[in-house]
Design a protein. Structure first.
Length: 148
């Protein structure tokens, strides 16, 4: 069986999406999503009819945004995250989002072709927060291989 890597992260905005403080983030969103879509190893990303996930709400908090995608492997996701134009916005994240006291990103392996739900992803993040990195949910710093 072939496996792909799912990634899910959440971030709490410092201001509403239409606030001028968030304008640079909003302006970068579509180009960065397009860059991800065109990146080697990209498989899928969660999006609404608007082409992004900014309308999705989780954890009962209207200020939390999600980022949720699937990649062929961990290295292409790492390359996109830390070695493309995405890095410029990522470095500025504290201008747009609150800092995190607990994990905000979960990675896990899924059978190729499986489209995970937001509920599944949120559960993986909760598992990581409760148990630390395991094969069920892990991080870039403590990785696990796909199932044998």
């Amino acid at each position: 069986m072939t496996y792909h890597l799912a990634q899910y992260n959440i971030a709490r905005l410092v201001a509403p999406l239409d606030d001028p403080q968030i304008a640079d983030f909003m302006a970068a969103l579509e180009p960065l999503n397009r860059l991800a879509d065109e990146s080697p190893g990209f498989v899928w990303r969660h999006q609404t009819e608007d082409g992004d996930s900014t309308a999705i709400r989780v954890r009962g908090d209207p200020m939390i945004l999600i980022n949720f995608s699937v990649w062929e492997a961990i290295d292409p996701l790492f390359e996109y995250t830390y070695r493309t134009a995405h890095t410029d916005i990522f470095r500025r994240r504290l201008e747009f989002f609150e800092g995190h006291a607990e994990p905000y990103l979960a990675l896990w392996w899924i059978p190729a072709g499986h489209e995970p739900s937001v509920e599944e992803a949120d559960g993986r993040l909760d598992h990581l927060r409760e148990h630390g990195p395991t094969p069920h949910a892990f991080t870039f710093k403590q990785r696990f291989p796909p199932p044998a």
